[in-house]
Design a protein. Structure first.
Length: 280
C-alpha cells in the first residue's frame, strides 16, 4: 500500500512538473554574464626544443639542444588538474566580453638516462637522473559579436588575444659528471585569435555549448599556429551554472631570439573539463 502511494505521488509530481517549472528561470533570464570556475583534467604531450648556439674552444660553431618528447624523454606525469577562472560580461544583447586565466603545472622524472644517451637542453648536456618542471600560464581576452542572439542562446564571432607563458626547467647531472645543474627557459607568446562560440538552452535548463578558435601567424622570426576546441553539455537554473565537456588544444611555435637561442614547441593539451559558477 505504501509503495503504491509513493508511486502515485511520484506520478503526480512528474505530471505537475511542467506546471511548476514554467515560471522558473531555466537559463533564459540571467543572460548578462557570469563568473565560472573550471577544472580541466588535461594531459600534456608533444615535443619541445630549446637550443643555444655558440662556439667551442676551437672556435667552431655549436648548437646544443635537441627535440625532446615530453612523455618519452622527459616522462611528464599525466593528466594534471588545470583550474581556470572565467569572467563573462554581456553589456548588450549582441555584445559580450570574455576574460579568463589558467595555470597548468607538470613534472617529470627520468631515471633511465645513461652517459651514452644524454639529453641536450639549452646549452647543457644532461646525463643520469633528469627532473623536469613545466608551467603553462594562459590569459585569454575575447570580444564576441553575436548576429544570432535569442532568448535561449546565441551564435557569435570571436576576436581576441591569448597570452601564453611557458616556463620549462630541467635539472640533473651535466656532461657525465656528478655536478648538478639547472637550466630554465621562459617562452612568452602573444597570439591574436579568431573563432566562433555559441550555446543553446533546450529543456529545463539543459543545453549545449561550444567554442572553436585558432590562428596562424608568421612575423619576422616567429611562426605560430593554434587550435582550441571546446564543447559539451550545460545546465542553467536561476543563477546557478554547471557544465561538463571536453577541451582539445594544439599549438605550435618557433622563435629565434637575438641571443642565439631558439625555442620550438609542438604541444597537445586535452582532456575532460567541468564548470561551476553563477549567472548574472
Amino acid at each position: 500500500m505504501k509503495a503504491a502511494s509513493r508511486m502515485a505521488l511520484l506520478l503526480v509530481l512528474i505530471a505537475a512538473f511542467p506546471g511548476w517549472a514554467k515560471p522558473r528561470d531555466w537559463g533564459t533570464k540571467h543572460r548578462h554574464g557570469g563568473v565560472k570556475l573550471s577544472y580541466w583534467s588535461a594531459a600534456l604531450d608533444g615535443e619541445i626544443k630549446f637550443t643555444d648556439r655558440g662556439t667551442d674552444l676551437l672556435g667552431e660553431k655549436t648548437e646544443i639542444g635537441e627535440t625532446l618528447s615530453l612523455v618519452d624523454d622527459l616522462k611528464i606525469e599525466n593528466p594534471q588538474g588545470v583550474p581556470e577562472l572565467i569572467l563573462d560580461f554581456r553589456p548588450t544583447k549582441r555584445n559580450r566580453l570574455y576574460l579568463s586565466y589558467f595555470q597548468g603545472r607538470y613534472r617529470g622524472d627520468n631515471n633511465n638516462i645513461f652517459p651514452d644517451n644524454p639529453i641536450e637542453f639549452l646549452g647543457r648536456t644532461f646525463t643520469g637522473q633528469v627532473g623536469t618542471r613545466i608551467q603553462v600560464d594562459r590569459v585569454k581576452a575575447f570580444y564576441q559579436f553575436s548576429p544570432l542572439a535569442f532568448k535561449r542562446g546565441y551564435l557569435g564571432a570571436l576576436l581576441g588575444t591569448e597570452l601564453y607563458l611557458f616556463d620549462v626547467t630541467l635539472e640533473g647531472r651535466i656532461g657525465g659528471t656528478s655536478l648538478k645543474k639547472e637550466e630554465n627557459a621562459v617562452f612568452p607568446l602573444v597570439l591574436p585569435v579568431v573563432g566562433v562560440s555559441g550555446e543553446c538552452t533546450l529543456l529545463y535548463g539543459l543545453g549545449l555549448f561550444g567554442q572553436a578558435s585558432g590562428m596562424h601567424l608568421e612575423i619576422m622570426n616567429l611562426q605560430a599556429s593554434y587550435v582550441d576546441l571546446l564543447g559539451g553539455v550545460q545546465f542553467k537554473v536561476s543563477r546557478f551554472y554547471a557544465a561538463a565537456g571536453y577541451q582539445w588544444l594544439q599549438g605550435q611555435a618557433s622563435l629565434d631570439l637575438l641571443s642565439d637561442k631558439t625555442f620550438q614547441i609542438d604541444l597537445f593539451h586535452q582532456g575532460p573539463i567541468a564548470f561551476v559558477g553563477f549567472n548574472l
